[in-house]
Design a protein around this ligand. Structure first.
Ligand code: NI
Length: 167
């Protein structure tokens, strides 16, 4: 397994729209393993392939503290959404920034696991929020793009300054 580099907002590559996975093979299974390792190391609860500069529809997630519920979503599609909820979100690609985003309260998602098996999942609560956040990444959208232009400009300025400082 290997740790992958997580792209940092406002990196333009985070705006790439991911392509569907053509075949769930060993290359994809290795990617999934590396994404889990990278996400756990960074103490995140979800990671989209877009964030590690791989532009294919792959997401990993684990909402537990003890890494006991790893979830893989390959070629995920949200088929139903309803209700409305707000949550203070963060993102491994936007370190140190947290803000409230409004999303659907419940979603139904269809996807494949790393064995190539199709599954359907109905989610609410944090899982539903996380699914929507990660699927946004696959469409090239970062959570801060749900915020006002003013907030986005402030966040960009702050992160650019910080990134320059770290170089
Ligand atoms: Ni994110």
């Amino acid at each position: 397994m290997a740790l992958l580099n997580i792209l940092q907002y406002p990196d333009e590559r985070l705006h790439t729209v991911a392509q569907p996975v053509a075949e769930i093979d060993d290359r994809i299974r290795t990617l999934v393993q590396d994404m889990f390792e990278t996400m756990y190391e960074a103490r995140g609860i979800g990671l989209a392939a877009t964030q590690v500069d791989v532009h294919e529809r792959v997401v990993v997630m684990d909402l537990t503290e003890d890494k006991s519920e790893p979830r893989v979503f390959i070629n995920p599609v949200i088929t139903e959404k309803d209700g409305e909820t707000t949550y203070e979100e963060g993102c491994l690609s936007v370190p140190g920034i947290y803000d409230t985003v409004t999303r659907a309260e419940r979603v139904k998602v269809e996807a494949y696991n790393e064995k190539g098996e199709k599954f359907e999942l109905e989610a609410d609560g944090l899982l539903a929020i996380c699914i929507q956040h990660e699927l946004d990444h696959l469409m090239g959208k970062v959570f801060v793009e749900h915020l006002s232009q003013l907030k986005q400009t402030r966040i960009k300025t702050k992160l650019k300054k910080r990134q320059k400082h770290n170089m």
